[in-house]
Design a protein around this ligand. Structure first.
Ligand code: ADP
Length: 151
């Protein structure tokens, strides 16, 4: 069974993440969306809220699991016996950043990183932009799945 870990902050889940997960499902038997928890980082949404947003968005998709983890992504992959990391690419800046991480990860463990290019319609969407729109009371609903709503 081919399983891939899709790690990220998902603060919050966006239509960009959603698109990568949907397309990942066609390549892998299981996609484990892994919310990285970094104690020193400030988030807009709690880890529980972020988890529920993703679980609700994929409630009808048994191939998608949502977990949280701390520490190195490759260590977590080994722990749960996953051979692939899935990441999305939006632009050259993502590529440079992701390339360095993927090379480092491969030095640390025999885990392959698979990249999917963002869809044209979601290429501009980033969680940081969604947070800015929310903070400034803008209409963020076009940028996120229906499961992501601010209380
Ligand atoms: P991180 O904090 O690790 O960057 P994110 O939650 O921002 O986590 O993103 C997780 C993954 O989703 C990364 O691989 C990122 O490149 C990808 N991603 C984010 N937004 C988009 C988008 N609009 N299109 C495609 N991939 C995206």
């Amino acid at each position: 069974m081919k399983r891939a870990l899709f790690p990220g902050s998902f603060d919050p889940l966006t239509l960009g993440h959603y698109d990568i997960i949907k397309r990942g499902i066609t390549l892998f038997d299981e996609i484990i969306v892994a919310i990285g928890v970094n104690a020193s980082k400030k988030y807009m949404f709690s880890v529980e809220e972020r988890k529920v947003f993703i679980e609700k968005a994929f409630a009808n998709e048994p191939k998608v699991k949502v977990v949280t983890y701390e520490g190195l992504t490759v260590d977590f992959c080994k722990e749960i016996d996953v051979e692939f990391i899935l990441r999305g690419l939006r632009n050259p800046a993502d590529f440079e950043f992701e390339k360095a991480i993927a090379h480092t990860n491969r030095d640390l463990a025999p885990i392959e990183t698979v990249f999917l290019l963002t869809s044209a319609q979601t290429s501009y969407i980033a969680s940081s932009i969604v947070r800015d729109v929310i903070r400034n009371n803008g209409d963020y609903t076009k940028l996120v799945p229906n499961s992501v709503r601010v209380k």
